[in-house]
Design a protein around this ligand. Structure first.
Ligand SMILES: Cc1cc2nc3c(=O)[nH]c(=O)nc-3n(C[C@H](O)[C@H](O)[C@H](O)COP(=O)(O)OP(=O)(O)OC[C@H]3O[C@@H](n4cnc5c(N)ncnc54)[C@H](O)[C@@H]3O)c2cc1C
Length: 480
């Protein structure tokens, strides 16, 4: 078996691995990247980008269908060309993938191994390439292997009819009907996208949660909004599934215990994601694992214990979003290169967005952390908000958490285009600003961001820090 030596070996050429590579190279390390393919990153190939391409088509269809509410008619109704929708998703997706592959394919044999890696020892890997096995000895190793759809046991007999994020974008046309299992951010986005494109969609979830929301008030708002837009079956259990001529029959139990059978052309498994760790031979790595089998690591250094192994991206099951994967990769790459001298890097304020319509967002601390800290909650509804009414998008809620002085700690939001308010607020939380300080920034009128302003004002009122001029603005200012 050939042996290769390097300073830093990185398993996984996804967003985390590629960013780790850049950081390790910048720190002067000799880096070996290892990936078994197909490459192009989850984000570009089967994640963020194709899902947003599908949603873009869906929201366009919805806008046309609802134009009549503004007095704008569409003669003859609308037609969704499923094959054209899916072709555009793939065409644009392939461009994003090609841009990533260009970098990876330009790497020489001394920089990249195309194969599957597993641990042989604490700093040693075996890589099974197509035509050879290679031993890799490294000073430090970064695990950046990403995650995969969680396997749903009840679907094991109908695998031909089960789609995941790996396969759904390969459909040549839109399905007639789709059962989506899982109401988290990925399931909700794809369920709404497909439904708006005319697919008969039913969304099942064993809990009564949606879009990753945890605050009971935003969750209530979400259930109300999405139950009008989607066929929701929350608090249900999928019992079994069997293939039938037209697709798959799902047998499920509702919250009252009654059993039902319903058929669909396909089922989308979106009930959570599992870190890709099973094939890594972690038993040979000497790493200490948590109860889920994930190596214990320090979130500020990405180091696993005091070992020479670092972990970054979705595989660490911490914050499974793209910008965190890239940032973790950067920190892990720099630390792996300078190991054993490891530096802490402060975490960014948490920011997670679901691109449903309306958007859902979580910023900073969670609702349970807010409760535990006796945080104050500023609230604003979109039901009567000026801009939202103009655009017939007046539903949603912002709940913003702050301490007794109005220091911003976090929030949950559901509402029109709150992806933008969520960004602004995340930056303010990270800057450790108080609600009263943010209220001195300009808020243009009429914008959706005025909903954020209303919630900040409410938080100020509750913390007793509302400035006199702000009282006047509430009394006399334009409806935000
Ligand atoms: C449907 C969907 C929609 C999403 N939408 C968004 C969004 O809108 N915004 C957002 O911020 N995030 C979104 N995400 C999450 C985002 O895509 C991920 O956080 C991000 O892609 C994770 O990057 P990564 O580097 O950890 O993993 P990946 O990009 O998956 O990289 C892991 C790499 O490791 C390789 N690998 C695995 N095991 C081995 C092995 N043993 N040997 C060699 N190579 C191996 C794989 O081939 C792969 O290339 C979405 C995810 C999904 C699934």
């Amino acid at each position: 078996m050939k042996t290769r030596t390097c300073d830093v070996a990185i398993i996984g050429a996804g967003s985390a691995g590629l960013s780790a590579r850049s950081a390790a190279l910048a720190a002067g390390a000799k880096v070996l990247l290892i990936d078994h393919g197909p490459g192009g990153t989850t984000c570009a190939r089967v994640g963020c980008m194709p899902s947003k391409l599908l949603l873009a088509a869906a929201h366009a269809a919805y806008a046309v269908q609802n134009a009549y509410r503004f007095g704008v008619g569409v003669a003859g109704g609308i037609e969704v060309d499923g094959a054209a929708v899916m072709a555009r998703v793939r065409r644009e997706r392939d461009r994003f993938v090609a841009a990533v592959l260009k970098t990876v394919e330009s790497l020489g044999k001394d920089e990249m191994l195309r194969g599957s890696a597993h641990f042989d020892g604490p700093t040693q890997l075996t890589v099974d390439c197509e035509d050879e096995r290679v031993r890799v000895k490294a000073r430090s190793i970064i695990i950046a292997t990403g995650s995969s759809s969680r396997f749903v046991k009840a679907l094991e007999n109908v695998s031909q009819r089960v789609l995941t994020n790996e396969t759904i974008f390969e459909l040549q046309t839109l399905p007639r009907s789709l059962a989506v299992l899982g109401g988290g951010p990925l399931g909700l986005e794809l369920a709404q996208g497909m439904a708006r494109l005319g697919v008969k969609v039913v969304l099942f979830d064993q809990a009564d949660k949606l879009g990753g929301l945890r605050d009971p008030a935003t969750l209530d708002a979400a259930r109300k909004i999405f139950s009008e837009a989607l066929d929701l079956r929350l608090k249900t259990e999928i019992l079994s599934a069997c293939e039938i001529d037209s697709g798959v029959q799902l047998n499920w139990r509702d919250v009252a215990g009654a059993e039902h059978a319903e058929s669909f052309e396909y089922v989308l498994a979106a009930a959570g994601r599992m870190p890709n760790l099973a094939k890594l031979g972690l038993q040979n790595s000497g790493l200490v694992l948590d109860q889920h089998g994930v190596p214990r690591f320090d979130a500020k250094t990405l180091q696993c214990g005091d070992s020479a192994v670092f972990i970054a991206g979705d595989v660490d099951a911490d914050r499974p979003v793209l910008h965190e994967a890239s940032n973790e990769g950067r920190v892990a790459g720099a630390n792996a290169a300078r190991y054993p001298k490891v530096e802490s890097s402060p975490r960014m304020t948490l920011l997670a967005i679901t691109f449903s319509d309306p958007n859902i967002a979580a910023i900073g601390i969670s609702y349970s952390q807010a409760k535990a800290a006796n945080a104050l909650i500023g609230e604003a509804s979109y039901d009567d908000q000026g801009r939202a009414k103009v655009f017939l998008q007046n539903s949603g809620l912002i709940r913003i958490y702050g301490d007794e002085n109005g220091l911003l700690l976090g929030a949950e939001m559901i509402g029109p285009a709150v992806e933008h308010s969520a960004h602004l607020l995340a930056w303010c939380v990270q800057q450790k600003l108080k609600a009263s300080e943010v209220l001195r920034f300009p808020f243009y009128h009429p914008t959706f961001e005025e909903g954020l302003r209303s919630s900040l004002r409410d938080l100020c009122k509750k913390s007793g820090s509302l400035h006199r001029s702000e009282h006047d603005a509430i009394a006399f200012g334009p409806a935000g």
